[in-house]
Design a protein around this ligand. Sequence first.
Ligand code: TMP
Length: 218
Amino acid sequence: DPSAYLVEYKNSLTAFNAAKKDTIEGKGRLNNLISSALFEFLGGKGIPTHFIRRIDDTHQLVRSVKIVPIEVVVRNITTGTLCRRLGVKEGIRLPRPLIELCLKDDALGDPLITEDHALLFGWTTTEQLQKIKEIALKVNSLLSEYFLPLGIVLVDFKLEFGTDGEGNLLLADEISPDTCRFWDRDTNDRLDKDRFRKDLGNVLGAYEEIWRRISGKR
Ligand code: TMP
């Protein structure tokens, strides 16, 4: 079926543009469960997504899309490359969500770009970019509200978008502890891939904890 793709969630992890690599048994399954639950939640709230259904522990069926070559990062609290790049303090809650665009190009290390770069080099259009930003902000408020009662603060995350055969813009890729930063509301414990990036230990335990809280809600 050319209108659908089978997505496999793998146990491999990379950081710093794949300079650091590892494999963690069970990670793919947890990300698949978490990502499926979040796509279902967002779809139910009217966000157009590529998700069709979860097939088994490590696979999802999704609508095939042509990916827009831009990674869309939304930040609520300062951390990560934002702090490294601009020298701002970590842990500051921003007065409103910050949207950053990065070019999806591993060879270049996914560089930060401006909206003008994205438009002038044809990576998106004015109309599509407007929609992307609207959906990204809506996803941010929906997910922030979803996670707060679970004792989880949505610090930041990365989204990818694509267009299907009919030209519809769909939220694509995955939404998981690999692509979001989750901090425990009470302890500030890192419950995401930063445990791997920063060698904090117990990576799988953090992903299990996110799934435990999501599945409890469901
Ligand atoms: P950053 O602070 O490292 O730029 O990350 C911002 C957010 O984007 C964070 O939630 C992790 C996510 N992210 C990805 O999903 N893929 C990536 O390649 C990078 C660099 C970040």
